[in-house]
Write a protein that binds this ligand. Structure first.
Ligand code: ATP
Ligand code: MG
Length: 804
């Protein structure tokens, strides 16, 4: 009996133990939030290794984020002396990157291929459209990006896309041209990492056979959010399906997931992969975990009650032995600013009570909400960290610096070329660049190579830029990463540019932070310590040396020799390429202020799998959460509800949910009703904190730290924010507004309208009045338009006609 021998198992419940000690066969763990799925997955790896049932090289584990991968490796190395460094633990993208790096030749890629993140991809598409004079009204670049990524997620190359109409046919042509451009420039986007890995496995028998033989155990967390292509990739690696060879059984797949937490349908995730998996892999072992170890029952009951409103569920139970705990606190505030202020006050109190800041998380539905919260935290001098959103590596100045670095590595990277050819300004005009692009197109070469054919003044200026890069490449060859970056920052003129800028101090700091980031990257990856460290690195792992392992342990658990010799080359990646890869793949959030005790800010999407002592869910309002884009159809609404389920279940001890009557978002003031999700929570688990409504003129901001027109960009009051989808509310000119406590009247008539009345609007069509507020010029109505969602309209402006 393994349980008796292994302390690994002693802390698990019987179902968890059964899952950890399953035989080497396909299995599915389907269980609710906080039931220990991730813990089981990690412990299983440790258990398999400890009992000699697999070597570290025989494990492939897919996690949802880099953060999760790191956590898993840390936990593994705390459980047993294993070289986590050599193990394939990472995200789909991280693992595919590693795979393509090992087989770059067969994948038809340059060794130092660069990765385009979502932003880079969009600029590459924009550039392509410009070059081919594609009408961006008919084919908006963002839409093209969506189309291309969607095709790739479905595993479709241009030749496989079924185009039934002219519009789609044209899109497919653009997709084709985009692919050629990427290939020419030696860059791959996120979708390409996955698709190319898949195709390489599919089309190359020896490689497929090698990996099928190698990975004895394939473990996948958050399986409910895999897309079609990822599922196909797993199937291929596990030797299932059409390419299975009868004489060689593939590895055992353990899929772990929760259908109630499937929140990426909008990006192609297919919850149906779970059912397909059970059927196509002939899964014999399905394990349910029903004990929640994370949250007190008030929190868990709220989550359970909410999710029970969804129709399409596989059905699971979840209970906890912890007591009821504290009630879920609900707060209503008059404005998003007041909401943020309340939150910060509450956080200060929590911190005084001894809760670490990093155990306090603020979750929001969309990134745009973070600004107000950040301002409040900043004013209160409360350290915080924002995950997702504008990540460190996505900031403009960092992108510029990375573009220079990429050009050092690969002069043919046209996206980077275009980004910095005239940044800082060198007097190179759009016209000259167009000429250059035409030349490059005509001769089929890169912008860098086309320069020599360009004549005249324009030619000289651009040639000057190219020479600068070429010289810098020469001068930095052989330098260490830190020195390469420092040198580039000076010679490119970037530092000088931002130093001269009036508000450039932050950017200069960020550029300096890039040097520190590079340094800590080099240290973490252990460059120069061992050869394996370099080939195996991809921003994913720690070197064995830094784990303090004995040589014996490295030998015992080390990388299989085949790992190092099977790939295209035994050569190592340069630290620069490894760092650029890391910048593209890593969220970058472990860079700035790593290790500091800070409040955690993130979207609900990026909170998946994580847990915190205290959680604030903010902006729980109709139109925001559920999001207005998802409110009109049932599937959309159910996904929003799952998202709320994920949010609620992140909390261990204390949960706050707040909503605000007004909110500045995307430059408009919106009047929002509290979310319908509140009605789906059990009243007995909630505690409504009675808000103290502020004195008149509170929104104007004077004296509350949010002065109108301050750096936060909030100009105080409801200006004239009229724009599409929202009629402008007319308030006295000058911004500052008189706001009194307004009572929502449900049965009185306002400007001739009553609640529940049907009205017609020229743009939004027929709708039903939900709420009426205010009087005279300030009168406004909330109206639900089935085709356009729920909107607040100012009655003095909106042209509404009653429908009989
Ligand atoms: P999610 O669906 O949110 O990803 P999960 O099912 O992966 O959740 P884990 O994160 O693995 O759940 O576990 C939730 C918490 O419960 C963790 O803090 C974990 O350490 C703890 N836990 C899990 N199993 C046990 C157990 N048997 N005894 C004590 N604590 C446990
Ligand atoms: Mg988990």
């Amino acid at each position: 009996d393994h349980a008796a021998q292994s302390p690994l198992l002693s802390t698990l419940n019987p179902e968890q133990r059964a899952a950890v000690t399953l035989p080497a066969e396909h299995a599915l763990i389907l269980a609710g939030a906080g039931s220990g799925k991730t813990r089981v997955l990690t412990t299983r790896i440790a258990w398999l290794l400890q009992n000699g049932l697999v070597t570290p090289g025989g494990i492939l584990a897919v996690t949802f984020t880099n953060k999760a991968a790191k956590e898993m490796m840390t936990r593994l190395s705390s459980m047993l002396p294993v070289n986590v460094h050599g193990m394939w633990i990472g995200t789909f993208h991280g693992l595919c990157n590693r795979f393509l790096r090992s087989h770059f030749k067969m994948a038809n890629l340059p060794q130092s291929f660069q990765i385009l993140d979502t932003q880079d991809q969009l600029s590459a598409i924009k550039r392509l459209c410009k070059q081919h004079a594609i009408d961006d009204e008919r084919f908006p670049p963002k839409q093209l990006q969506w189309f291309i990524s969607g095709c790739k997620e479905d595993g479709q190359r241009p030749a496989n896309v079924e185009a039934r109409d002219d519009e789609t046919r044209r899109k497919v042509e653009i997709y084709q041209m985009y692919e050629e451009q990427c290939q020419r420039e030696g860059v791959v986007d996120f979708g390409e990492l996955m698709l190319r890995s898949y195709e390489l496995l599919r089309d190359n028998d020896p490689i497929r056979a090698h990996y099928q033989r190698r990975f004895r155990h394939i473990l996948i967390d958050e399986f409910q959010d895999t897309n079609r292509l990822q599922y196909a990739w797993i199937k291929m690696l596990a030797g299932q399906g059409a390419n299975a060879s009868p004489d060689m059984p593939g590895g055992a797949v353990l899929a772990v997931g929760d259908d109630d937490q499937s929140i990426y349908a909008f990006r192609g995730a297919r919850v149906g992969n779970m059912a397909d998996f059970v059927r196509e892999f002939h899964v014999q072992h399905q394990i349910k975990l029903e004990q929640n170890y994370r949250s007190y029952s008030n929190i868990l009951d709220s989550a359970n009650a909410l999710i029970s409103h969804n129709g399409n569920r596989l059905g699971k139970n979840l209970r906890t032995d912890q007591g009821p705990g504290e009630p879920v606190r609900v707060y209503e505030s008059p404005s998003d600013y007041a909401e943020a202020q309340w939150m910060v006050d509450e956080m200060k109190q929590l911190h005084r009570e001894g809760i670490d800041r990093k155990e306090i998380a603020v979750l929001y539905r969309s990134n745009a909400q973070s600004r107000v919260i950040e301002t409040a935290l900043f004013n209160a001098a409360m350290p915080y960290r924002v995950y997702g959103g504008l990540r460190f590596f996505e900031r403009a100045e960092i992108k510029h610096a990375l573009a220079y670095l990429r050009l050092l590595e690969n002069p043919n990277d046209d996206t980077s070329f275009m980004r910095v050819v005239n940044f800082p300004a060198r007097g190179i005009g759009a016209r000259s660049l167009e000429q250059l692009q035409d030349l490059a197109k005509a001769t089929g070469c890169s912008l860098h190579d086309a320069v020599s054919a360009l004549t005249g003044r324009a030619g000289a200026a651009i040639a000057g830029f190219v020479a600068k890069i070429d010289v810098l490449r020469e001068q930095t060859s052989g330098l260490n990463l830190r020195d390469i970056i420092s040198r580039m920052l000076e010679d490119s003129g970037l530092l000088a540019h931002y130093r001269a800028e009036r508000e450039g101090a932050d950017r200069v700091e960020n550029l300096e932070e890039l040097v520190s980031a590079a340094e800590s990257f080099v240290m973490q990856e252990g460059f120069g310590r061992d050869a394996a460290g370099m080939t195996q690195s991809a921003g994913l792992t720690q070197s064995p040396a830094s784990q303090g392992l004995s040589g014996e342990a490295i030998e015992q658990y080390g990388i299989e020799p085949t790992d190092l010799t099977f790939g295209d080359t035994g050569e190592t990646l340069s630290p620069l390429v490894a760092f650029l890869t890391h910048a593209a793949l890593e969220a970058g959030d472990n860079m700035a202020q790593a290790g500091q005790d800070a409040i955690q800010l993130m979207t609900v999407h990026s909170a998946k799998g994580l847990e915190f002592d205290c959680v604030f869910i903010t902006g729980v309002e109709e139109g925001l959460f559920p999001h207005e884009n998802s409110m009109s159809d049932r599937d959309g609404l159910e996904e929003e509800r799952r998202l709320m389920y994920v949010a609620i279940t992140r909390a261990r001890q204390r949960l706050y949910m707040s909503h605000s009557q007004t909110r500045m978002l995307h430059g408009q003031t919106r009047f929002n009703l509290k979310s319908r999700f509140f009605d789906e929570l059990p009243e007995e688990a909630l505690k409504w904190l009675t808000p103290k409504l502020p004195a008149p003129a509170a929104f104007g901001g004077a004296g509350r730290g949010w002065q109108g027109g301050n750096a936060s960009g909030y100009s105080g009051g409801y200006g004239n924010q009229g724009s599409s989808g929202f009629e402008s509310t007319r308030y006295p000119a000058g911004g500052t507004v008189r706001v009194e406590k307004e009572v929502v009247r449900r049965d009185e008539s306002v400007n001739g309208l009553v609640v529940k009345q049907k009205v017609f609007h020229a743009k939004f069509g027929e709708g039903t009045v939900l709420t009426l507020e205010g009087t005279g010029d300030d009168a406004r109505a909330q109206i639900n338009f089935p085709r356009h969602g729920t909107k607040w309209l100012a009655l003095s402006v909106a042209k509404l006609t009653p429908v009989p």
